[in-house]
Design a protein. Structure first.
Length: 107
């Protein structure tokens, strides 16, 4: 079962004073008042990245739940690495990325 806030998530540009950043929002968890809430933001980006890179980072974060679900589905199509997995095997890389997203170590 997912431990993260279910998707979909959306990136929306936020404005406060004259600073710009992106909020990544998702649906309110079950049992709470329906609506959306802030999952993450890129508020500190203006210190180290360009606005274009900030926007790209926000889109990538917002796509995370769908990307994780797509990776999980892809593993169901096959896994031809077998018991002798190498880091160059695409299936092993896919399993490692899923494990990283889930906060687990990849064996």
């Amino acid at each position: 079962m997912d431990k993260h806030t279910p998707g979909p998530w959306e990136a929306e540009q936020a404005h406060e004073r004259q600073d710009l950043w992106w909020d990544i929002e998702g649906a309110m968890p079950k049992g709470l008042t329906p609506g959306r809430y802030n999952i993450a933001d890129t508020m500190n980006r203006h210190h180290c990245v360009s606005p274009d890179e900030d926007r790209a980072n926000a889109r990538l974060i917002a796509a995370a739940p769908e990307l994780l679900a797509a990776c999980r589905r892809l593993l169901h199509f096959g896994d031809d690495c077998g018991d002798h997995c190498s880091n160059s095997c695409q299936w092993c890389q896919l399993r490692a990325a899923i494990s990283k997203a889930e906060g687990e170590s990849h064996a």
